[in-house]
Every structure is written in C-alpha cells, then in structure tokens.
Write a protein that binds this ligand. Structure first.
Ligand code: UGA
Length: 436
C-alpha cells in the first residue's frame, strides 16, 4: 500500500513510521522545511523510545520518505492520513482548533488521483470527517475518494508498542471499499488477532473522546479516593490493588498522583464537554473529573506546604521530574507547570532535574528555577525533595546519599514510588499521595 501521512507531529511520525515497518511505502509530509530536512538526516524532533531506530531502518530500506511537497506523492497514494495538530482553540473556550486540519484537506484535494481514502487520524469533534469530505469535494469535484476516521490510542513513551500491539483498532467508514482498504493497511495486526472495531464515522470520532474521558475519570476517581484515604488513615495503594483485581474495574489507570497532564486528557476532556454542550447534553462525570484534576494540582502545593511545617517562604526544594509522565520530553499541561510557579510565588527556591524534559521545561516554567544534572544535585541542601514524575532513574536512588545531603530529610513522593514504612525507617519524613 502507498500511504501519505500529513503532519509529522507525534502521532503522524509514529504512525507513518510504524506503517512503514508493516511493509507499506509511506511518505510523511510537513510544511515545516527544517523539520523535514532534519528527519531526512535521521534527526527526530521528539523523544520517543525506539522511534529513532525505526525511522532509520525504514528510511534506509526506502519504505519511509519525508517531503514538503504534496504533489510528489499524493497522486499515487492509496490512503492519505491527516495527522495534523488539533490544539485547544486560542479563544480558550475548550473547542478543538480545526484550522490546520481543514487547510490540510484543502491542500491535498487538488492532488488526489484515482481512488483514495482520506483518513482522519487527528482527534477531532464528531462531524469533522464529513466536513473534510465537503472541503475535498468542493475543492476538487473530480476526486474519487472516501473519508474515514481512524483514531489513535498511543501513549507517549510507549507509542511504538501501543501501535504494534494495540488492544484494538477502530475504523469509522461510510463505504465498504474504504473499509477493505483500511483492513488491508492493518493486516499485519489482524494476523496477530488484533480486534478491528469497524463502525460509523461518528462513532469512531466519539470513541476516541470517550476513551480518553473515561481514563481521565478513572484517574480523578482514584485521586479523590486517595484524598479520602488521607482523611481516614487508609492506604490507596492497597485499595487500588483490591478494587483493580475486579475484572469489571481493571487495575490500570488507578495510580494516584498530582493530576493528569499531557497533550491529550486535558484537551480532549474539555473538547468533549464543548461537543456535548453544543448538542444540549451533559457529561457531568467528565466535568467533575476536570474539576477534580485542577483541585488535585492545588492540593499538591498544600501538601508540600504542610510537609514543610506550614510555610514555604525561603525553603529550598529539590524537584525530581518535570514532564507530565516518564519517557517523554513533553511538558504540555504537566502538573509541574501549575505546582512549581505556585511554590515560587510563596517564596521557595527550586532546583529541578528531569532526564529528558529540562530544555522543554524552560519554555514553560519561570526563569528562577535552577536546573541541575541529576537528582542528587537537586537534593543537596534541600529542605525537602518532591518526586514529581516517576522516571525509572528515580526508582532506585541512593537514599542514604540523598538523606545525608539534605538540610532536612523531608521526602514528598507525588507518585507513590517509594514505600512509606521503608522511607520512614531510612530516616525520612515521608509523604505520599493517599498513603499512610
Ligand atoms: C493518552 C491515552 O492513554 C492514549 O490512549 C491516547 O491515545 C493519548 O492520550 C492520546 O489521546 O493521544 P498519554 O497522554 O500519552 O496517552 O499518556 P497517559 O499514559 O495516558 O497519561 C496521561 C496522564 O495521566 C499523565 O499525566 C499520567 O501521569 C497520568 N496518569 C495516568 C495518572 O495520574 N494515573 C494513572 O493511573 C495513569
């Protein structure tokens, strides 16, 4: 199959590369000349484990190409995937901004030749694929094409594995020919018994929002239960284990923390609320999840203040991890972006470390933060340390070294990486989230 991927952001680049790994011939197109030149040289603009190796392999084996020129490959393509960004609109009203997507649809329309399936890969409100169809038909009335929706369920940091071994693939189509073509593209997965959920375009579009909203609800739920645990003296880790073993509940996404972040949950929950409002309906449970998430971040600031004896002013705080989760350099909507400025405002001095995200963090965080080379430097002379992101390298720290170098051994673990009892035995004053 010949595939075009429009947009070489996170989703486009991972998806295009993995399709090439399946054996398809893939051309990734982007309007950013510098990015395309870098990709041609094997320089990857994001940190995603394993992606550089796959890009190199498939480029060398001539299955993966990069260009800025739509005319070069669109006419030959069997399928054109639209994977451009759909950020929250600049108006700040939560709506997804579809400008890039509609521009992309217009740009490709003139080059379509022979039967082509145009697939929305970006996360888009219900009804968008139909708008894409209208734009293409108006721009090029001769084009022979169908539109489809094929939402992605890739987690940053685990995207290659999620693509190669997904729980399911969702395709929304309006025509059998489009369905056949998409099934053919995903055939390598079908041979691995991956279920393919084939549905209408609207259902596929909504399924993506429903999946992310449900996971956000699950996280906010366990965060609230963690808060209850703190009030009643229970342990949320045990509770997550006890309820997660019930197959109806499932043990995933039951880790309490400083609130969910990233480029997906915060944006997609808000976009879902807007979509629902427009149709005169409610998803109050998602509204609550969004509110709980904001409150959770604020609660973390309070937790740090309490652990420091009630005042943050003049306190030296060492921060381990800044990104919204491990194995990524992505800082978008990371809890650190809310928590650290609040600490600085209250007079804290912060030394922070992150294995991959420090350059990116500088774009999001106030200048006063000092960035250091490792967790040990962050802990030196600190009045407390805050474990913000559960990178593997913070899981096996030399705790004695940390404790001895600190001004006072207060360890605030916002990801419950360490066990409270063991930390107390090690001489720390330890605070987790929902642990006792
Ligand atoms: C999420 C979904 O998991 C993917 O299925 C989806 O494709 C993707 O959004 C998307 O829409 O593109 P991602 O944002 O990369 O993926 O990261 P997650 O692993 O889902 O984590 C999101 C946030 O929730 C992180 O801040 C993480 O720390 C937090 N989280 C996750 C918790 O606080 N507790 C948990 O139990 C799980």
């Amino acid at each position: 199959m010949k595939i075009n991927m429009i947009g070489t952001g996170y989703v486009g680049l991972v998806t295009g590369t993995c399709f090439a790994e399946f054996g398809h011939t893939v051309t990734c197109v982007d309007t950013n000349t510098q990015k395309i030149e870098d990709l041609k040289k094997g320089q990857i603009p994001i940190y995603e484990p394993g992606l550089d190796v796959l890009v190199k392999k498939n480029t060398t084996e001539a299955r993966l190409h990069f260009t800025t020129d739509l005319a070069e490959s669109i006419p030959d393509a069997d399928a054109v995937f639209l994977a451009v960004g759909t950020p929250s609109s600049r108006r700040g009203d939560g709506y997804a901004d579809l400008t890039y997507l509609y521009e992309a649809a217009k740009s490709i329309a003139q080059y379509l030749k022979g039967y082509t399936v145009v697939v929305d890969k970006s996360t888009v409100p219900v009804g968008t694929a139909r708008q894409v169809r209208r734009i293409i038909a108006e721009t090029n009335p001769q084009a022979e094409f169908n539109v489809a929706s094929n939402p992605e369920f890739l987690r940053e940091g685990a995207a290659i594995n999620d693509f190669m071994r997904p729980d399911r693939v969702v395709i929304g189509v309006e025509d059998e020919r489009a369905e056949e073509l998409l099934r053919e593209i995903y055939k390598p997965l079908y041979l691995r018994d991956t279920p393919i959920v084939c549905t209408t375009i609207e259902s596929a579009e909504l399924a993506k929002y429903a999946a992310n909203a449900f996971l956000a609800v699950k996280i906010s739920f366990i965060n609230e239960i963690a808060n209850v645990c703190e009030a009643v003296g229970a342990n949320v880790t045990d509770i997550a284990k006890a309820i997660g073993m019930d197959g109806r509940i499932g043990n995933k996404f039951l880790h309490p923390g400083p609130g969910y972040g990233g480029s997906c949950f915060p944006k997609d929950t808000l976009a879902l609320l807007r979509i629902v409002q427009e149709h005169g309906e409610n998803v109050r449970i998602v509204e609550a999840a969004v509110e709980v998430n904001a409150a959770q971040k604020a609660r973390m600031v309070k937790k740090i203040r309490e652990a420091l004896g009630g005042s943050i002013a003049g306190k030296k705080i060492g921060v381990f991890g800044l990104t919204f989760k491990p194995e990524t350099d992505d800082m978008r909507d990371a809890p650190a972006i809310t928590i650290l400025p609040a600490l600085l405002e209250k007079g804290a001095k912060i030394k922070a470390h992150d294995p991959k995200g420090m350059e990116e963090a500088k774009r999001y965080l106030p200048e006063e933060i000092e960035y250091v080379q490792n967790a040990y430097e962050a802990a030196e002379n600190a009045d407390c340390v805050v474990l913000m992101t559960e990178w593997n390298q913070y899981r096996a720290l030399d705790l004695e070294r940390i404790r001895n170098s600190m001004a006072s051994p207060i360890f605030i673990d916002l990801r419950n990486v360490y066990e409270p009892d063991k930390m107390n035995q090690q001489g720390f004053t330890y605070t987790g989230v929902g642990t006792c």
